[in-house]
Design a binder for this molecule. Structure first.
Ligand code: MLT
Length: 333
């Protein structure tokens, strides 16, 4: 983050603390958003604010585009209570609460239905408890953003051989780093807030994120090719600082939880139509979209074989992985 951004962030957070302290009844909450406008994170945030403010006398404001810090930084800020809420990708939560990694094992989630089943059922409840315990933040809603497709500025990628030599940015997330390694690439871990500039300056050639995020971040200005890989379905939680949550009275807490639920339902409904429109728009803007060869077979085999066993321990054991597979109606490993 630049010095100007740091100063702006400090001023925003300080004014919010003064406001919260001085107004026992009506507080103003800040919500950090990692992506730019037009994506699923903003949609989730807007719906949350609409529901929350309709049922309380509080207000809340979104700060888009990482204005309040990188996604991983917002977890730290929320944990110590200097930030109220954040909307960020699940892969940026995993480093703080490793069991959440079960949602980001490559090819674990194979559809929107799988994503909804895992996040809103028994396993999701357990992950929410773990995140509270490990990271000091409470997940109160989920945005569903679609598969993270691979974009790059160099060439169409169909096979793992095509990937060779490409400099690909990944979040600072061990599961994703190991996935690329299994595909024969040594990826470049980089904060989300630095990724657009990295692509623009050619420090990195490519990255992966959902269509909706590529659109919201205007990556079509710096990327030409997209490959429809389906190794990771992007889920983007809305988190609240647990200490901020505990400081609220019962009615406000209930309103926060209800608004998070309503925003989640809204996100699941809007993904399908939104994604199709955006894909068409990105094609119109000149992006070339390709499918991986042979139904992605070699990508799937390499990643699941090499990566899953490395993370059984951190996600809570092989049994936890099998629980998830059973919930999804798939064979155990
Ligand atoms: C990342 O790649 O770091 C995140 O997925 C970006 C996002 O939150 O959209």
């Amino acid at each position: 983050m630049s010095i100007n951004n740091r100063i702006a962030k400090a001023l925003i957070l300080a004014s919010s603390l003064i406001l919260t302290a001085n107004t026992a009844s009506a507080a103003k909450f800040n919500i950090a958003v990692g992506d730019g406008g037009g994506g699923t994170q903003e949609a989730l945030g807007k719906k949350f604010i609409e529901e929350f403010t309709a049922n309380t006398n509080h207000s809340a404001k979104l700060f888009l585009n990482g204005q309040l810090g990188s996604e991983q930084d917002t977890i730290n800020d929320a944990a110590i209570g200097t930030l109220d809420f954040s909307i960020l990708a699940i892969n940026n939560v995993t480093p703080f609460s490793p069991s959440v990694g079960v949602l980001t094992l490559p090819y674990m989630i194979q559809s929107l239905d799988d994503a909804i089943t895992l996040t809103q059922g028994k396993l999701g409840k357990e992950l929410i408890e773990n995140t509270k315990r490990d990271a000091g933040v409470r997940i109160i809603g989920w945005a569903y953003s679609g598969f993270r497709v691979l974009s790059n500025s160099k060439r169409p990628i169909k096979t793992l051989a095509d990937l060779k030599g490409l400099v690909v940015r990944v979040p600072k997330n061990e599961i994703m780093i190991e996935t690329y390694k299994s595909w024969g690439v040594n990826p470049t871990p980089m904060a989300w807030s630095e990724t657009f500039t990295g692509l623009q300056q050619g420090v990195i050639d490519g990255q992966d994120n959902p269509y909706i995020t590529i659109y919201a971040m205007k990556f079509d200005e710096v990327q030409k090719y997209i490959t429809n890989v389906r190794y990771l379905f992007s889920i983007e939680p809305l988190i609240v600082s647990e200490s901020v949550f505990q400081d609220q009275n019962k009615a406000t807490q209930a309103a926060i939880l209800a608004a998070g639920k309503a925003a989640t339902a809204f996100s699941a409904k809007s993904l399908v139509s939104g994604e199709a429109k955006i894909k068409a728009e990105l094609t119109k803007r000149g992006m070339e979209i390709t499918d991986p060869a042979n139904g992605e077979k070699e990508w799937i085999e390499k990643a699941t074989k090499a990566v899953w066993p490395k993370f059984y321990k951190s996600v809570g054991g092989k049994d936890k992985v099998n629980d998830a597979l059973t919930i999804l109606g798939r064979d155990k490993v």
